[in-house]
Design a protein around this ligand. Structure first.
Ligand code: C5P
Length: 222
């Protein structure tokens, strides 16, 4: 595929989304926040009162997200069948539910083609857990982004407070660690760096510094 893709994978709240969307803006590329697709499937399951461990039901909902429900991304807004679920998707319990259902291979398969379809000219920046390993294995540039748990918890805390949610730093730390463990140890598409990914620890970097680091190394060739 000649259409360039930059993949940014890494653990929860490592700053993937911010880095990926900033890169996309700088390059004029499209942007895929793949976690939002898992969050949408999770939200639908929660709203429908479906047991998250009911693999077949959850898979059916994921297939609707992947193939039939009208879906439109517009910055913070995510239009799902005509309603804006952007704020709902960011809720912590939706993230936890997304992490649970994303261990289901049927759910991952149901969302695969939709993710690949984001690859269009002039290029794509995609963030998630398996962008470089599974969805875009031939990506032009693969980044595995990390940051300390303390840094990530603090960022997530500030993000929630700034959006008017209540938040507890200790609980956030525990949630992050639970989610990371589940994402790293699942059988299908676990969170891990692609063999040809470049690791970047952004604990001490500003957003602009992270963006510049990635862009410079792309120009120079890692
Ligand atoms: O990145 P975000 O926190 O929005 O993702 C929510 C959950 O969706 C993650 O904890 C992970 O389990 C799952 N996910 C995934 N593969 C991706 C993106 C997200 O399994 N590519």
């Amino acid at each position: 595929d000649l259409i360039p893709v930059i993949t940014i994978d890494g653990p929860t709240a490592s700053g993937k989304g911010t880095l990926a969307s900033s890169l996309a803006t700088r390059l004029g590329y499209r942007f895929l926040d793949s976690g939002s697709l898992y969050r949408i499937a999770a939200l639908l399951a929660m709203e429908a009162g479906v047991d998250l461990d009911d693999g077949r039901q959850v898979e059916m909902l994921a297939r609707r997200v992947g193939h039939s429900i009208p879906l439109h991304f517009d910055g913070e807004h995510v239009w799902l069948d005509g309603r804006d679920v952007g704020a709902d998707l960011r809720r912590e319990e939706v993230g936890q539910a997304a992490s649970r259902i994303s261990a289901n291979p049927g759910v991952r398969q149901a969302l695969l083609d939709l993710q690949k379809a984001f690859r269009a000219l002039p290029g794509l920046v995609a963030d998630g857990r398996d962008m470089g390993t599974v969805v875009f294995p031939d990506a032009s540039l693969k980044v595995f982004l990390t940051a300390s748990v303390a840094q990530r918890a603090e960022r997530r805390y500030k993000q929630l407070i700034s959006k008017g949610f209540s938040a507890n730093l200790k609980e956030i730390c525990a949630d992050l660690e639970a989610r990371d463990l589940r994402d790293r140890t699942r059988a299908v598409a676990p969170l891990k760096p692609a063999a040809d990914a470049r690791s970047l620890d952004n604990s001490a970097l500003s957003i602009d510094e992270s963006v510049d680091t990635v862009l410079n190394s792309w120009v120079e060739g890692w």
